[in-house]
Design a protein around this ligand. Structure first.
Ligand SMILES: [Zn+2]
Length: 254
């Protein structure tokens, strides 16, 4: 069983840290400090660094980690990350022998041009593409790409644990309630996640099945979602990409 520990970075980033008794690998170390502290405290050796996309709050800590640990750095082949030593894209596998785990790489463009995800051991590390009850902004990609990327992720097994890059869940749920006020699963999720935050705990990982039931960006074909989006737009659209694009715009402006 893979143990995954959230290390907090900046205001609301998580550096997901995969570990066993002796080694660790980190996903998206935007800052080195929390990782170096943890490795020192737990007496762990770093085995690998994995990056999902090129934004500084996901890769900024890599040089300082490499200064102390000479380890392979995996990341998207088609993004400008100077510290990568193992560029990967869809179809590649990432083997971390020290942890006895391997991941397949998925191309999920949209938030950035060549964003990737790592999937293995029932866990999905999806950076800033799929968030708990939300999704990333379209900085470099199109709505069409993001819809295709999200569709690829939702094809994974329902019990997949979703480890995303930020603790945005409660704010995302707030927006989701505007889109789908009658969604009972969403109301239940809000109660549960609010309790977690009140106790100072992460709301992550989430379960893919819960995302499918509550995340409005994965529900662009639901009549209630289409209805709300049309009300926002003041015109009638039903094509999932146009519904998605309008909802993304709505959230950006709310
Ligand atoms: Zn990002």
């Amino acid at each position: 069983m893979l143990e995954v520990v959230p290390l907090k970075a900046f205001k609301d980033n998580y550096v997901w840290t995969l570990r066993n008794a002796t080694h660790a690998a980190v996903v998206d170390p935007g800052e080195a400090g929390p990782v170096l502290d943890y490795l020192g405290r737990e007496k762990l050796r770093l085995a690998a660094i994995l990056a999902t996309h090129h934004h500084a709050d996901h890769v900024g800590g890599i040089p300082a980690l490499l200064a102390q640990h000479r380890v392979p750095v995996y990341g998207p082949k088609h993004e400008p990350i100077a510290t990568l030593t193992r560029p990967v894209s869809e179809g590649d596998r990432v083997e971390i022998a020290e942890l006895g785990v391997s991941f397949s790489v998925l191309d999920i463009p949209g938030h950035t041009r060549a964003h990737i995800a790592y999937y293995g051991a029932g866990a999905l590390f999806c950076g800033d593409t799929l968030f708990a009850c939300g999704c990333g902004r379209l900085f470099e990609g199109t709505a069409e790409q993001m819809v295709a990327s999200l569709k690829k992720l939702t094809a994974l097994p329902d019990d997949t644990k979703v480890y995303c890059g930020h603790e945005y869940t409660l704010a995302n749920i707030g927006f989701a309630k505007n889109v789908e006020p009658g969604n009972a699963a969403l109301a239940a999720r809000e109660l549960r996640d609010r309790k977690l935050r009140d106790a100072g705990k992460p709301t992550l990982p989430s379960r893919l099945a819960d995302e499918k039931a509550t995340n409005p960006f994965l529900r662009c074909g639901e009549p209630a979602v289409i209805e709300s989006v049309n009300k926002y737009l003041g015109s009638r659209v039903s094509d999932p990409v146009r519904v998605f694009a309008a909802m993304r715009d709505w959230k950006n402006n709310s």
